[in-house]
Design a protein around this ligand. Structure first.
Ligand SMILES: [Zn+2]
Length: 121
């Protein structure tokens, strides 16, 4: 729940800077290692905005696949999920020491908002 709250807080702060007061769309990049379950985040987000001024906002999750770099041969390889961490390098077969190049992301990549034309604050 707290991740959804943080995303919403950041988004609302950002759209306020643009002079908007109604959130329409948040797109979030979510790495395979970010520890986020997309369905759960979606559910929490919807629960948070329900009945409020941003009830029509949509959350879009963009999954960033895991990308690892082999410490032995320097090749990059990846996989969809966290289990790719435990795979040997497909080029040289090294089992350990891979570094994570991509997959820890959890960030807002796109926001859409509008002015509701409602009451002044
Ligand atoms: Zn290798």
């Amino acid at each position: 729940m707290s991740i959804a709250q943080s995303i919403l807080d950041i988004a609302l702060e950002e759209i306020a800077k643009q002079g908007c007061d109604r959130l329409d769309l948040i797109r979030v990049q979510c790495g395979a290692l970010a520890g986020v379950v997309p369905e759960s985040l979606q559910f929490c987000f919807e629960a948070l905005i329900r009945g409020g001024p941003h009830a029509s906002a949509r959350l879009e999750l963009e999954t960033i696949p895991l990308l690892l770099r082999c410490s032995s041969c320097g090749r990059t390889f990846g996989g969809e999920g966290q289990e790719a961490l435990w795979l040997p390098c497909p080029v040289c077969g090294a089992l350990t020491g891979h570094s994570v190049e991509q997959g820890k992301e959890l960030q807002i990549s796109h926001l859409e908002a509008s002015v509701s034309g409602g009451q002044d604050s």
